[in-house]
Design a binder for this molecule. Structure first.
Ligand SMILES: NC(=O)c1ccc[n+]([C@@H]2O[C@H](COP(=O)([O-])OP(=O)(O)OC[C@H]3O[C@@H](n4cnc5c(N)ncnc54)[C@H](OP(=O)(O)O)[C@@H]3O)[C@@H](O)[C@H]2O)c1
Length: 242
């Protein structure tokens, strides 16, 4: 086991928001376990972070599946023995009108966006408790969306899962807050990542929120005192209606 001062798991860390958060945490001295679905893409991200001098292991895992989640958590525990920050960020959005929703895609979005977060908490609970007992606070960051604050036509299933993430985060603060495990839901509008490629014809990439903006908000969460919980953070573009 590697002896490290601080350690984090980041899911969906092969691109976009997850990669930016992983990079920030690495720069802050966290040893990382990064996980995402496609091995080659994840490998490229891992090599890039390693070239920047960051300590990490990467695991390709399909996080809609319970056994794959357990694999990631076990590998993290075996390698680093501690967990200070858990970032539940992997997510997928598939647009469809209600009459066109395919059950397979409904299940996929629920499994990855919501069910996986529940299982990650359960599997990481004892390790997070140990960290919280040691330095009075452990942090879990759950990537929701602005669609988790307002339902969106065509993205109704995605919206429902992301509302679920906000509700779950609130419940976890009530259930685990007294033990020093703090949870924050991140609720961004359009961020310039591969996920928003479909809309860049209408909303140019340079007018979107940056993945690094989201990572900075997590840096802030690392710095607030154990006496302060930030339940959620919304990010919108200038002039955008809340
Ligand atoms: N971009 C936005 O405007 C925006 C706004 C609000 C919220 N969000 C949320 O932000 C999070 C990150 O998205 P992003 O914008 O950074 O998009 P992204 O660059 O496409 O990243 C999504 C990440 O999730 C991983 N992932 C997807 N399905 C997975 C699965 N079944 N198992 C494991 N990993 C899986 C992806 O890996 P693969 O590429 O290998 O599948 C990738 O690493 C998501 O939860 C998304 O809903 C995004």
């Amino acid at each position: 086991m590697a002896s490290v001062q601080r350690a984090a798991i980041v899911t969906g860390a092969s691109s976009g928001i997850g990669l930016a958060i992983a990079r920030m945490l690495g720069q802050e001295g966290y040893a990382l376990t990064i996980a995402a679905r496609r091995p080659e893409k994840l490998d490229d991200a891992a090599k890039g972070l390693e070239a920047e001098g960051l300590e990490l292991q990467s695991l390709a895992a399909s996080l809609g599946e319970e056994e794959e989640i357990k694999k990631v958590v076990d590998a993290h525990r075996e390698r680093y023995g501690r967990l200070d920050v858990l970032v539940n960020n992997a997510g997928v959005g598939i647009g469809a009108t209600v009459g066109e929703i395919l059950t397979k895609r409904l299940d996929m979005q629920i499994d990855i966006n919501l069910r996986s977060i529940v299982i990650f908490y359960r599997e990481c609970l004892e390790t997070l408790k140990a960290t919280a007992a040691e330095h009075k606070s452990a942090l879990v960051v759950n990537t929701s969306s602005i669609s988790g604050k307002h339902g969106e036509a065509w993205l109704s299933v995605y919206s429902a899962t992301k509302h679920g993430v906000v509700g779950w985060t609130e419940a976890m603060n009530k259930e685990l807050g007294a033990e020093g495990i703090k949870s924050t839901a991140l609720c961004p509008a359009f961020v310039d990542t591969p996920m928003t490629d479909f809309v860049k014809e209408h909303v140019p990439a340079n007018e979107m929120i940056r993945a690094e903006d989201i990572a900075e908000s997590v840096r802030f969460l690392l710095r607030v005192s154990p006496a302060c919980v930030v339940p959620e953070i919304m990010f919108v573009r200038p002039g955008e209606a809340l």
